[in-house]
Design a protein around this ligand. Structure first.
Ligand SMILES: [Zn+2]
Length: 172
């Protein structure tokens, strides 16, 4: 008997939370290159990947993936130092960490995954010039280009921007 598909829960799924955890711990989450890659990231030892198969949600893990997932599941931190380049990843503000946990590591507007080259920036949905509060409920993470585009748009205009950018992204 086929199990009924439950509607998507409001809480992000485990892999979404795992990606946010990777970003928060200094790894660079990369875009998957095929549908069997669940998570692809660059940690301290180059690229690691979690694969799924048609029958298993996780079928194979490479590099640091198994260690990272186990550490994440224990609720502990892991320090990913980039294998190349001497600059340490910028320190992540607690509010950014909380927003990554809440929303996952992608831009609120265009849905692009955050990375070292596309870091998350804080976006006030109701801008401060429109008396928007500094509370986390009024904030989301956006990539820098989208944050600039959103600028001082009204909330309604921002929702339209989000719809347009996401439609463009899924069409491309
Ligand atoms: Zn964006």
């Amino acid at each position: 008997m086929a199990a009924a598909r439950t509607p998507r829960a409001k809480r992000p799924d485990e892999m979404t939370r795992f990606r946010a955890w990777l970003t928060a711990n200094g790894a660079e989450v990369l875009a998957p290159t095929n549908p069997y890659e669940v998570v692809r990231f660059r940690g301290s030892q180059g690229v690691s990947i979690i694969y799924r198969s048609d029958t298993k949600p996780i079928s194979r893990m490479t590099g640091q993936a198994a260690e990272a997932l186990a550490t994440f599941r224990r609720g502990e931190a892991m320090r990913f130092v980039p294998a190349t380049g001497k600059t340490a990843p910028a320190k992540i503000e607690p509010i950014v960490r909380a927003l990554l946990e809440r929303d996952g590591p992608t831009c609120f507007y265009c849905d692009a995954p955050f990375s070292e080259t596309l870091p998350p920036t804080r976006e006030h949905l109701l801008s401060r010039t429109h008396s928007g509060p500094d509370h986390i409920a009024n904030q989301a993470l956006a990539c820098q280009p989208c944050n600039l585009k959103a600028g001082h748009l009204s909330l309604v205009e921002k929702i339209r921007l989000r719809d347009r950018l996401r439609a463009e992204r899924s069409a491309s």
